[in-house]
Design a binder for this molecule. Sequence first.
Ligand code: FAD
Length: 402
Amino acid sequence: MPEIIVVGAGQAGASLTARLRSSGYDGGITLIGEEPVLPYQRPPLTKGYLLGDMPLERLYLRPDSFYAEQDIVLRTGVRVTAIDPASRTVVLGDERLGYDQLALTTGSRPRLLPESAGGTLAGVHEVRSLQDVDALAPGLDAGARLLVVGGGYIGLEVAAVAAKKGVEVTVVEMAGRILQRVAAPETSDYIRELHLAHGVDVRESVGVERLTGDGRISGAVLTDGARLDVDVAVVGVGIAPETALAEAAGIEVENGVRTDAFGRTSVPGIWAAGDCASFPYRGVRVRLESVQNAIDQAEAVADNMAGLARRYDPVPWFWSDQYDAKLQIAGLNSGYDEIVSRIAEPGRRASFWYFRRGSFQAVDAINDPRAYMVGKRMLETGKTPDRAVLSDPDSNLKAMLR
Ligand code: FAD
């Protein structure tokens, strides 16, 4: 009986194993995860779960019974310490398991502040796992002073939840503007206004020199010399793909575990999907950090492990919830040279459309699900929206799909 082992029991690992079964693969499947819990979804960690609106059970991707019913051996709380491609085995401490095919779905890990900058003081948190959020939540009582280091999606979502809870929030972003890496100035402006309206102190072009405190954080010194009193800090300065296991096994790594369009790594019989994997996308190599990618790439890899030859060619999408605003993004905006704004309702509903040399790349839609849907559909069908239609808020966007 062929044996498939999947290392990493997060969004991609859970999707991959479920897909193997639903598409009829009847060999052995073992899903191994380091975290001591059932596979769960991460997005609510900085949204409903942190706010206290969503119970733990709703984070789980499937109930415990699913894995037994599907004959998937789920081993949680177990770290894979090495892979030996020559003997096709994985090592879990003292134990070795043989595989015919292996998938790496090891995700990513947050970048930390170094100890010399106060990164290891008590009260300084990163936000990647359930455990991280359970450790952070009790510190977010009304009146507490929270410093968010990094104005990316994770930091801003935490800021929004904390502000809602009555926490005094300061966001410090070293780049010229929040969301600089991922969004247009127009989107950053919109999101900044949202936070300012909720009383968050947003400081851009300013870094953290160091966090201070005697064992526990009590302050911060910023690169402009400002000093802040701080009770709790969240560091959201990006993530790095979890590739150590692959590298040690001699698997090629290039901004993540390098795969081809089918999810194959450089080592026969070993595949990769999700946050940890980079793959060819429209002439460039990309690595995506999203639920859409984790699910769709994992499902493509499952199909390919079962013998199909399915190219993974996604239209990426992503979302972020902050206060009552929903930001939805379709496509990848990298290298854009033009933005067309559609302000459907000033200060409330807007979309920003990205072009590169005249070709449509992506859309950011704020509280505008129709704009998002139309943009995504156009990307899927390779159409280019008419700029005059886009910039007229009274025009019928859907008509462009005909
Ligand atoms: P993960 O879900 O991170 O799973 C990887 C798993 O592998 C982990 O459990 C890890 O412990 C395990 N592992 C690693 N190494 C080993 C080993 N050697 N042995 C055993 N196990 C191992 N995306 C969106 O699209 N929209 C959002 O709104 C959004 N919000 C987010 C909010 C937060 C707080 C976070 C952290 C992420 C968010 N994301 C969001 C991103 C999304 O959750 C990730 O892209 C997705 O979880 C990636 O899935 P994955 O399976 O590749 O990695």
